[in-house]
Design a protein around this ligand. Structure first.
Ligand code: AHG
Ligand code: MN
Ligand code: MN
Length: 337
């Protein structure tokens, strides 16, 4: 049997066979190639001179690592010439990047978090890339980067594809084109992503939670209550013992939940109130919420479904609670009271 590569999957193996437009296939393959290049750079580590600070700040005021900048450049360069994109937006750029005039313009918009989990780069812990694809509205004003921002402000329900790469002991590409979630493993010798898991389903219940406990004193009452109940274990109101994990790379925490269930929370807290939360709607929350829902899980801010949010600005931040359905419903329900 022919190898079940990403290209083959996009052409004939997904559930709505043959329904993926050629340009979208090409776009996803180019993003996957870029992730492969990022994976190679990461693999070189100290030998490739890619570790450490870049010496600059991004729009969010965060210090950029060399790999944040390099990964951003790899994604931009890979995607700008192919004729499948109208513009790109990234966590690491103030404004959208328009496709230069010398290249053909396509009908899609791409957003990405080029390197997720920056604090883990220098300590050799899993990191990743997160991306999301939207259709560019027909009447979009792409005359300047400032004007182009408007085209991106679409709710997460409008995503036509989303995915992430995890650079861990193995490099994986986890993808949804709106008909479930599939996982590809990078075969380093062949330089190909090969299909290794289909129809990913997140268990509805879990005994594992992920939250940065150091922020406990800043959380709101519903999350305080929920975490206290989990920590109370068997003798508490939830009647079971929970375990806790926090990698501090959203991709790695989400991938664990994709694999064996769990709940991930970066909830609203009093420290982050002014910014709206910690995680970024367009580069982190929306693509992950799309994938999680496609795998049968749930994703909310505590108060509403993430995918229903009408974005107000490109770099908007939101609280994120996602993962196993029954647990997300429970803590979301506590916000209603
Ligand atoms: P990034 O490296 O793209 O800035 O994202 C980091 C995010 C996310 O990956 C992770 O879940 C969270 O920030 C970790 O935050 P804390 O360091 O506050 O735990
Ligand atoms: Mn991130
Ligand atoms: Mn990042």
């Amino acid at each position: 049997m022919a190898q079940r590569t990403l290209a083959r999957y996009l052409t004939e193996e997904h559930r709505n066979k043959g329904r993926i437009p050629a340009n979208l296939k090409f776009l996803i393959e180019v993003v996957a190639r870029a992730c492969q290049a990022i994976s190679i750079a990461i693999g070189k580590g100290g030998l490739g001179g890619v570790l450490g600070e870049a010496g600059s700040d991004n729009i969010q005021g965060e210090a950029q690592k060399k790999l944040d900048v390099l990964s951003n450049e790899i994604l931009l360069e890979a995607n700008e010439w192919g004729g499948h994109l109208a513009a790109m937006a990234s966590e690491e750029m103030d404004l959208p990047h328009l496709v230069p005039h010398r290249f053909p313009k396509g009908e899609y918009l791409l957003t990405f978090d080029p390197l997720d989990g920056s604090s883990n780069i220098d300590v050799n812990v899993s990191i990743g890339t997160i991306f999301s694809v939207l259709k560019c509205p027909d009447n979009a004003d792409l005359s300047t980067p400032e004007a182009a921002e408007q085209a991106f402000l679409q709710p997460g329900t409008a995503q036509v594809a989303a995915g992430y790469a995890v650079y861990g002991p193995t490099t994986l590409l986890v993808l949804s084109v709106g008909d479930g979630v599939v996982v590809f493993t990078l075969d380093r010798e062949q330089g190909q992503f090969v299909l290794t898991q289909e129809n990913v389903q997140i268990p509805a219940d879990t005994k594992e939670f992920a939250i940065n406990m150091s922020n406990q004193r800043f959380w709101e009452a519903p999350v305080q209550r929920y975490v206290a109940e989990m920590v109370a274990g068997k003798g508490g109101p939830l009647g079971k013992d929970y375990n806790m994990r926090w990698v501090a790379s959203m991709v790695a925490d989400v991938h664990r939940i994709m694999t064996r269930g769990g709940i991930f929370m970066y909830p609203m807290d009093s420290k982050m109130q002014a910014q709206g939360g910690k995680l970024r709607l367009m580069y982190e929350a929306n693509p992950m919420a799309f994938l999680i829902e496609q795998a049968g899980g749930r994703a909310t801010t505590g108060r509403r479904r993430i995918l229903d949010i009408a974005p107000e600005k490109l770099h908007q931040r939101v609280p994120v609670i996602l993962g196993s359905r029954n647990e997300v419903d429970r803590v979301t329900g506590y916000h209603d009271n």
